[in-house]
Design a protein around this ligand. Structure first.
Ligand SMILES: [Zn+2]
Length: 122
């Protein structure tokens, strides 16, 4: 699974690059002065929300790389069956196979356990 590691590392580098760019832009925080609804302030909030998503992605990619090192990458966390390569191609950081992910999205008890569920619904 050398190619999975390379892909995860490339994705991680990309996400870290994006985080750096966002941080540079976020340093220039606009003045929240009298002009309410300042479009720059609005986009600053957007960048902040985007930064959170990039951080979550970096965390997920680091976890996936850690699993890859342990030889656990590509196995379902819940049923231990292999996750299909097609699924890993779309969701490289997923920890659940298709059937467990489906069960997770319809079962609220598992919803919080599957960090990737938001991406599945896209
Ligand atoms: Zn499973």
């Amino acid at each position: 699974m050398g190619s999975a590691r390379e892909r995860l590392q490339a994705d991680l580098r990309e996400a870290e690059g994006e985080l750096q760019k966002l941080d540079q832009r976020l340093e220039q925080r606009p003045e929240f002065g009298p002009g309410k609804g300042n479009p720059r302030a609005y986009s600053w909030e957007m960048e902040l929300a985007r930064r959170k998503r990039v951080m979550a992605r970096i965390d997920a990619l680091r976890e996936a790389l850690a699993r890859e090192r342990e030889g656990a990458y590509g196995s379902c966390e819940r049923c231990a069956r292999p996750i299909s390569p097609e699924r890993l191609d779309i969701l490289p950081t997923t920890t659940l196979c298709v059937s467990c992910a489906r069960a997770a999205t319809s079962d609220p008890a598992f919803r919080s356990a599957d960090g990737a569920h938001g991406a599945i619904q896209k």
